[in-house]
Design a protein around this ligand. Structure first.
Ligand code: FMN
Length: 224
């Protein structure tokens, strides 16, 4: 991909549980031929360490990202920006980003973006994305939600962001953790129109999910 025409999606990984969602989104963007600009918040280093055992390091991001994704395929299309680097390309609206996907999003990131705090590069780029009227998807991961977060999510929606909870659907017939993770990642890509084959779409047929899971015959007999 030539530098002059490079128009990346910015993927912001904040420190919520659910780092597999981010890995799936990044893999699928690269598989679709999209360029990725990656930002990993300081707190996300803790969740990546907790959930994968990988210490994500700025100086060795490529090696660490390959270990996290389980592949180094497509990594030439990834650019990494440290979370404290406010001079990074995507911190300006003139940088040719297509939009931003915050996956997973903490309640802290939700608050910071809704209030325009720009406390780190992730939040700054989200603010820039909103002011430039580019697509912003916020894949929030917390449960239950308190009233403050709910208000912040409504504010994000009002500003034009897509609030997309990390909430897998079971109608696609997913039964493994990987399939449920890919369902959420697929919905993130759907929100910005990037093609993928991460999950099987609803086709208007009740019972399809049970059949895909091999449990189509397992419905209890009447009276059981
Ligand atoms: C292992 C671990 C899991 C966490 N999971 C969540 C979570 O699911 N949702 C959330 O909002 N915060 C979660 N947190 C707390 C955030 O990391 C913390 O609020 C942090 O300040 C968020 O910063 P960031 O938005 O800059 O990444 C978790 C923290 C740790 C260490």
């Amino acid at each position: 991909m030539g530098t002059a025409k490079r128009q990346p999606w910015v993927v912001g990984v904040s420190g919520a549980s659910g780092t597999p969602y981010a890995a799936s989104v990044i893999r699928a963007l690269l598989a679709a031929g999209e360029a990725v600009d990656l930002i990993v918040s300081r707190a996300a280093r803790l969740t990546i360490l907790d959930e994968t055992g990988i210490s994500f390091r700025d100086a060795h991001w490529r090696t660490d990202l390959a270990a996290w994704l389980g592949t180094d395929e497509g990594l030439d299309d990834v650019r990494y920006w440290p979370a404290g680097d406010f001079a990074a390309g995507p911190s300006s609206g003139s940088y040719p980003a297509k939009g931003m996907l915050v996956v997973p999003a903490t309640t802290g990131a939700v608050a910071g973006i809704a209030l325009g705090l720009s406390k780190d590069l992730l939040q700054r780029v989200a603010s820039v994305t909103l002011k430039e009227r580019r697509p912003l998807v916020v894949c929030v991961r917390e449960t239950p939600l308190n009233g403050v977060t709910l208000k912040h999510l409504v504010e994000l929606d009002a500003q034009g962001a897509v609030v997309l909870p990390a909430s897998p659907g079971f109608y696609a017939g997913g039964s493994t953790v990987r399939e449920l993770v890919d369902f959420v990642a697929g919905r993130v890509l759907d929100a910005v129109g990037v093609p993928h084959s991460l999950y099987l779409r609803w086709e208007g047929e009740l019972g399809a999910a049970a059949r895909r899971n091999g449990s189509g015959d397992a419905a209890p007999a009447e009276g059981e």
